[in-house]
Design a protein around this ligand. Structure first.
Ligand code: ZN
Length: 168
């Protein structure tokens, strides 16, 4: 089967596997494109993220959102300005994010699967695949369970995360 890069549409061939990124989030995008996209520090990642057909966000090592695609924005029910440069917990409307200390620093955060997955990915540069996460969202004083699977991939100093909502 002949595969093409979903970003530059260059053929990835079927044998030339070293140009093919096997990243869990960016599979289908060639390594040249990833290098190019992630070497531009001032780049707006939105266009790139929107080429991925799943809710995807980019966070830094502290879990601060750097970018998110349209699918992620609608999943989180927030527009861009409400999530960019916000802690993951705020972007996800996690009830703990408004507690003293804020996202990542409350007594509940040590057990947060999302936070731990981001840290694990960043520190060990290891993709994480379909890690189940449950958090309690607080929206206008209404609380709701939010179940999802998160898959992560580190690129340079950033962590890409793909979110697959679960309906339990
Ligand atoms: Zn490409």
């Amino acid at each position: 089967m002949n595969r093409v890069c979903s970003w530059c549409h260059k053929s990835l061939g079927s044998i030339d596997s070293d140009v093919h990124s096997e990243g869990v989030v960016t599979h289908g995008i060639c390594q040249d494109c990833l290098d190019d996209i992630f070497s531009k520090s001032s780049l707006d990642f939105t266009l790139f993220l929107n080429s991925i057909s799943a809710p995807v966000a980019i966070v830094d090592k502290n879990g601060v959102f750097q970018s998110a695609n349209d699918l992620a924005q609608s999943l989180l029910n927030k527009d861009r300005s409400e999530i960019i440069h916000k802690m993951s917990g705020e972007a996800f409307s996690c009830k703990n994010a408004s507690l003293p200390g804020g996202c990542g620093k409350t007594i509940h955060c040590a057990e947060c699967e999302l936070r731990n997955t981001i840290i694990e990915t960043y520190e060990h540069n290891k993709d994480q695949v379909d890690i189940p996460v449950t958090l309690i969202q607080e929206k206008e004083s209404q609380r709701e369970m939010f179940h999802f699977l998160v898959s992560t991939q580190k690129i340079n100093d950033l962590v890409l995360m793909k979110i697959d909502e679960l309906y339990l």
